[in-house]
Design a protein around this ligand. Structure first.
Ligand code: TV7
Ligand code: CA
Ligand code: ZN
Length: 379
């Protein structure tokens, strides 16, 4: 295929259906978030714009899921609800073996959810492979912690790994950039032995913070194209923007990816119940602008974000940015308008909630860490 990107307006696909949002809204860690996100984006009129195509999600087949996941785990996910209706609750040993406890307990529709979240990111990848769209948005995707044969950290299946594997059919080098406040451990693990997929994760790194990996210090033979950027609490817009320019831009220039997957978890936003950072919506906007400026085939995924109204605000803003449209700072009147009280504005402010502990001296250590990890990365 010829992938030329001389267009001024990107061809944008947006993966969504009402039923899929309902399915995703049962995810215990993000109850009703999916509905909030798509409802706000729709309320802003973005789904009716001509330069955006809404595409219905599709199921991944067993065969597709098994490109990465183990057959046992896939079959278990697909059958667990029916089996529990007939035989009663699954024994705790089996649940623990598959990681379907605590953070990832079984929920209504889990089998369908697993098939659709994976199928949707696979579909996104296929659109890029076939040069049908330039940018595909899948806000319900981005499940970076799921393992080959187990769930982890609110992630049941790893749609990202499956999507990147699909992109590899067409694109020789794929960049994975993970902005979620947590380390993208599952994706890193899947591609740690190949230099054709560069996995980059920025994350909060501190004693006791999940998942505890991604120190940036485990530079070894196994990690060929793995770059971790461990950061401290209170990360603010300016610091992130500088890090992006100083560390990410040169890395990406030397790797020269043919396609990009952006995991845009927004749990680093100020006030997120799980996050430790101090980012604003505009801060994610900065990153997205920089990524779009590369003009590479791009999949944009969601991820964390545990204040649903804040996540909806940011995903609405980011969607408008992809389309090159400005949207009003005033939340439009719609069914869920009350969720945006008391200000009813699009803003999530980053101002001074907590100090930025990423001091100049800490950041110079990070620069050294990243330099050591990037050694030998070239296209
Ligand atoms: C991508 N933090 C996912 C991020 C996954 C974080 C964790 C919770 C949590 C779980 C709950 C809950 C919670 C308020 C927060 C070590 C444990 C501690 C379970 C109680 N409230 C993403 C995963 C992280 C579960 N897990 O990157 C049920 O917070 O720290 C842990 C692991 C063991 C299990 N316990 C928590 O953003 C989408 N979990 C309330 C009820
Ligand atoms: Ca991350
Ligand atoms: Zn997260």
């Amino acid at each position: 295929h010829a992938h030329t990107h001389a267009h001024t307006h990107a061809r944008v696909a947006y993966i969504y259906s009402k039923d899929y949002a309902a399915l995703c809204s049962h995810l215990p860690s993000n109850l009703n978030r999916s509905k909030a996100v798509h409802t706000l984006i729709d309320a802003y009129g973005l789904l009716r714009l001509r330069d955006l195509t809404v595409i219905a999600p599709r199921r991944a087949t067993v065969k597709e899921l098994c490109r990465y996941h183990s057959r046992d785990y896939v079959e278990f996910l697909r059958q667990v609800e029916e089996k529990e209706r007939v035989d009663g609750p699954t024994d705790s040993h089996t649940l623990e073996e598959y990681g379907l406890v605590h953070d990832c307990s079984i929920f209504e529709g889990i089998g369908d959810y697993a098939e659709f979240v994976a199928g949707s990111t696979l579909q996104a990848a296929t659109f890029l492979n076939e040069n049908e769209f330039d940018i595909v948005i899948h806000w319900d995707g981005g499940r970076h912690h799921a393992g080959k044969d187990m769930a982890a950290g609110f992630c049941i299946v790893n749609d990202i790994v499956l999507g990147i594997m699909e992109l590899q059919k067409t694109f020789d080098r794929v960049l994975y950039l993970d902005l979620d406040v947590h380390h993208g451990d599952g994706v890193e693990k899947a591609f740690q032995f190949t230099d054709k997929v560069l996995t980059v994760s920025l994350h909060h790194f501190a004693e006791g913070f999940y998942p505890g990996t991604g120190s940036g210090k485990d530079v070894s033979a196994r990690s060929k194209a793995v770059v971790n950027v461990p950061l401290r609490s209170g990360l603010c817009r300016k610091t992130l923007s500088n890090l992006f320019d100083d560390l990410i831009e040169p890395l990406v220039a030397s790797f020269n990816p043919k396609a990009v997957v952006l995991q845009c978890g927004v749990d680093g936003m100020a006030g997120d119940p799980l996050g430790k950072w101090n980012l604003s919506i505009a801060s994610y906007g900065d990153c997205l602008q920089k990524v779009m400026a590369w003009k590479k085939p791009l999949i944009i995924l969601g991820g964390g974000g545990y204040n649903s109204a804040a996540a909806a605000r940011s995903y609405a803003y980011l969607t408008s940015q992809v389309l090159g449209r400005d949207i009003s700072d005033e939340i439009p009147e719609h069914d869920q308008f009350e969720d945006y009280a008391p200000d009813f504005l699009l803003k999530v402010e980053d101002a001074g909630r907590q100090p930025d502990e990423n001091t100049e001296s800490y950041l110079s250590q990070v620069r050294d860490l990243v330099a050591r990890q990037s050694d030998g990365i070239a296209s």
